[in-house]
Ligand binder design. Structure first.
Ligand code: PLP
Length: 397
């Protein structure tokens, strides 16, 4: 087995045990590394301010092996649906944050009756009333953090959810009145604020600024309303770009060293940063052709398993893992030193994972391995379209 890195953009070298599994497993498959995932958690914990809590945003990747690691190595889990909430509780999470602009009754009820310590991130007045009513019925007190959509957001990244009109959270101008309402409710305990604002921010300076602003805002408002601030959740969004950039969490930690939250808990909810480089998507080349002068590799797999490149509009880097067996008597189709477009098995020209990328050699039967596909890979894909086989989901360690 030989690994061929193509020239640009260079993916991380694939660990040998992952490359071995990518050669021998049935394709298509996702391979996940619990060790990489755990290393990311540990690295983050090393650099974030002492006492900061890490809740894993399980929507990034919720396969049981990683979820179990997150329950073990993080402080808790961030969920955004009843289904995720139940899965997190079943995996043993003792601390949970519940977000989402369309929480179901089922989600609210489960949150109120679970044994875990659950903070509900309230996103509207109506939701606050629904939660208070459900708490009354359940004879429970709901722990609430108001999710704030700030008027201007200092943070950059790929999907901004704050600082502009969105369906998420409570618009900053309305927060004081919603807070006053919540503070008057017997079945609600306001513990603090939630500030998830962005995804995939790779700039430590910008992210640190976001954290400081979120903390300052929360302390200011808590002071004005005489709230005992126990919880400042700055959300997720720590960047790990599928093309390679990663936020420098060491620099982030240094920039936050003197960030003072008083007696409140500073909470981070990373998903992507923890899971992105803990997953590899493995496809098999099933055909090679030249169409009107351009080379195509057709793979078993595609955007119905790995939607991210089509969704974001970029070419995902890949590595060719060569396989030597060729069971047929005719010539093996392949190409040498070409720019190749990697197309999937769907009947649409949108099913492209990478466009015109240089490869040294690639043949039918070889495997193409896409690194950094652990976050928002399989999870966000639309595999029902065309009824192809789903990928295997395998643990590499
Ligand atoms: C998606 C999400 C996260 C995680 O975002 P990442 O970009 O994966 O870190 C955290 N909190 C909330 C509320 C989310 O919706």
């Amino acid at each position: 087995m030989t690994l061929h890195d193509h020239d640009q953009p260079t993916p991380d070298a694939i660990p040998t045990h992952v490359a071995d599994l990518a050669t021998t497993c049935e394709a298509p498959a996702y391979l996940y590394s619990r060790d990489s995932f755990t290393r990311n958690i540990e690295q983050l914990r090393t650099h974030l301010p002492a006492g900061a809590q890490i809740l894993y945003a399980m929507k990034a990747c919720s396969i049981p092996g990683l979820l179990a690691r997150a329950v073990h190595s993080c402080d808790g889990i961030e969920v955004a649906s009843a289904g995720e909430l139940v899965a997190a509780l079943e995996a043993g999470a003792m601390q949970v944050a519940l977000s989402g602009p369309a929480k179901s009754d089922m989600a609210l009820q489960t949150a109120l009756t679970a044994e875990a310590d659950i903070v509900v991130h309230v996103e509207s007045v109506h939701e606050l009333h629904r939660l208070a009513a459900a708490a009354k019925t359940a004879k429970a007190k709901a722990q609430v953090a108001l999710r704030v959509n700030r008027s201007s957001s200092p943070v950059s990244g790929s999907h901004r959810m704050s600082g502009e009109p969105t369906a998420f959270g409570i618009s900053e101008d309305q927060v004081p009145s919603v807070l006053a309402l919540a503070l008057g409710m017997r079945d609600v305990d306001v513990v603090g604020f939630h500030h998830h604002a962005v995804s995939n921010c790779v700039d430590a300076r910008t992210y640190a600024h976001h954290v400081r602003e979120a903390v300052a805002y929360s302390r200011r408002l808590a002071g004005q309303f005489d709230v005992r601030l126990r919880y400042v959740n700055v959300g997720g969004g720590l960047g790990a770009d599928p093309r390679g950039d990663r936020i420098d969490v060491k620099v982030l930690g240094e920039l936050l060293a003197d960030c003072e939250v008083g007696s409140a808990q500073l909470v981070f909810e990373p998903g992507r940063y923890l899971a992105a480089d803990a997953g590899w998507y493995v496809t098999e080349v099933v055909d090679v052709k030249v169409s009107h002068g351009q080379a195509f590799a057709v793979v078993r797999g595609g955007t119905h398993h790995f939607r991210l490149p089509a969704s974001w509009g970029y070419s995902h880097p890949f590595v060719v893992v060569e396989r030597d067996e060729w069971p047929y008597v005719w010539d093996r189709p392949g190409l040498v030193d070409e720019l190749v477009t990697v197309a999937g098995e769907l009947c649409t020209t949108k099913d492209v994972l990478a466009r015109r990328q240089p490869v040294r050699r690639l043949r039918v039967g070889d495997r193409l391995v896409f690194a950094r596909t652990g976050a928002y890979g399989w999870e966000i894909s639309h595999d029902r379209f065309l009824r192809h086989e789903p990928p295997q989901l395998l643990l590499a360690d």
